[in-house]
Design a protein around this ligand. Structure first.
Ligand SMILES: Cc1cc2nc3c(=O)[nH]c(=O)nc-3n(C[C@H](O)[C@H](O)[C@H](O)COP(=O)(O)OP(=O)(O)OC[C@H]3O[C@@H](n4cnc5c(N)ncnc54)[C@H](O)[C@@H]3O)c2cc1C
Length: 361
């Protein structure tokens, strides 16, 4: 066994970092494991200023939120394992972790799983051609490595991610040929849509991609209008000149570890896929295993941070009853803010999904 600790957090995105912040504030020792070389999860790609309310870093760039959270953690209590992937769960809350070319183990009294999400992809003729990317890959290329993915991009999906990445492409000097959306209306905030429309980008609602054109790599795409049954309407096809097709069609909770640990999992469409049942304190049906952030339902960084605080405080409290008062204060404050967030139109879907997921002990 390589390491014993009070709490092991898997994932150093906003959820995992906030969990570490709350638990270390209550005096617990933690190991935080993340497969990236730096903290932040999705936040390291997010060069835009966040929307939302002021107490949740509204107006601060995603990359700076990651830095602020990291700097708030006491190094004597929180140990980071970067470039380390959790590859397996063993009974007794032991995790197998791939670090370089070695597999090491961490045994923790409590586990907090904050692994986030993976991107959904679409299958269509030509979707395996080089030049078809997920939006996360495009963001990583541009915003982490400073590399343009191509010269002219067709964006599929008009949720906030599709709209924001389109804007970032334009900022990087890449043409955006258009945004294609299957629903009859734009999925993301209209403020983001207005920004790219002002820059001349057409948004094709009730449309889908029919095929990618090209032999060695993407040379163009065909899109078409769709009917009420999501079928292309004959005669509405149009060719679009592009060398990149960027798919931004939703995220999917990364719940494999939870499934492996025996947590009860349920498919909840409002939360984006398979998610673990959990109680008000974010504890799953396996005692001592907690969840927070996108892995417990696709939402936003704001709710990921709030759920992280709850999971961190609850895990700490379960190990040290003397911190009950402080933990209760953290949990109640975070819960109140989550309730407020989910009572608005943006959070409504998540609220519905969470009702289906919540277990009481
Ligand atoms: C383009 C874009 C724009 C966005 N804009 C906003 C915004 O303006 N406002 C807002 O509130 N939200 C925004 N979001 C959403 C927000 O980024 C996510 O909801 C948030 O990052 C989820 O946090 P998380 O900690 O749950 O997961 P993540 O940030 O995904 O972090 C999970 C971490 O766990 C690691 N990990 C996964 N599995 C393992 C494993 N087995 N071993 C080790 N490490 C592992 C991952 O590599 C990752 O680093 C945006 C998202 C995108 C993509």
């Amino acid at each position: 066994l390589s390491e014993r600790t009070d709490i092991c957090v898997v994932g150093a995105g906003p959820a995992g970092l906030s969990a570490a912040q709350a638990a270390s504030k209550l005096g617990l020792h933690l190991v935080v494991v993340d497969d990236n070389e730096r903290v932040g999860g999705q936040l390291i790609k997010q060069t835009h200023k966040f929307f939302g309310s002021q107490q949740h870093y509204c107006g601060v760039r995603g990359i700076d939120i990651a830095r602020l959270l990291y700097e708030s953690l006491p190094p004597d209590l929180v140990q980071f394992w970067f470039g380390s992937t959790v590859i397996g769960y063993y009974p007794g809350h032991i995790l197998g972790v791939l670090r370089g070319d070695r597999v090491v183990e961490v045994e923790a009294q409590r586990l907090i799983i904050a692994t986030g999400a993976t991107e959904n992809l679409l299958a269509f003729p030509g979707s395996d051609l080089p030049g078809v990317y997920g939006a996360g890959a495009v963001q990583t290329l541009m915003n982490v490595h400073g590399v343009r993915p191509g010269k002219r991009v067709l964006m599929i999906g008009s949720g906030n991610i599709g709209l924001i990445v389109s804007y970032q492409l334009l900022q990087a000097g890449v043409d955006v040929a258009g945004v294609v959306e299957a629903l009859p209306e734009i999925g993301g905030y209209l403020v983001h849509a207005a920004k790219i429309r002002r820059m001349g980008v057409p948004i094709y609602v009730s449309h889908t991609i029919v095929e990618a054109i090209g032999t060695e790599d993407v040379e163009g795409a065909v899109i078409a209008q769709i009917d009420g049954n999501w079928q292309p309407v004959a005669g509405t096809e149009r060719s679009i000149d592009c060398d990149v097709i960027c798919l931004s069609v939703g995220l999917n909770p990364l719940s494999d570890l939870l499934r492996q640990a025996g947590c009860r999992i349920r498919y909840v469409s409002e939360l984006g896929g398979w998610v673990a049942l959990h109680d008000q304190r974010m504890e799953t049906t396996v005692p001592g295993i907690y969840v927070c952030g996108d892995v417990s339902g696709i939402e936003e960084a704001v709710t990921a941070m709030l759920e992280g605080r709850i999971a961190g405080a609850a895990a700490a409290w379960s190990l040290d009853p003397s911190v009950a008062d402080q933990a209760t204060t953290i949990i109640e404050a975070a819960q109140e803010e989550i309730d407020q967030f989910r009572s608005g139109p943006v959070g409504e879907n998540a609220w519905l999904g969470k009702q289906e997921l919540m277990v009481s002990r």
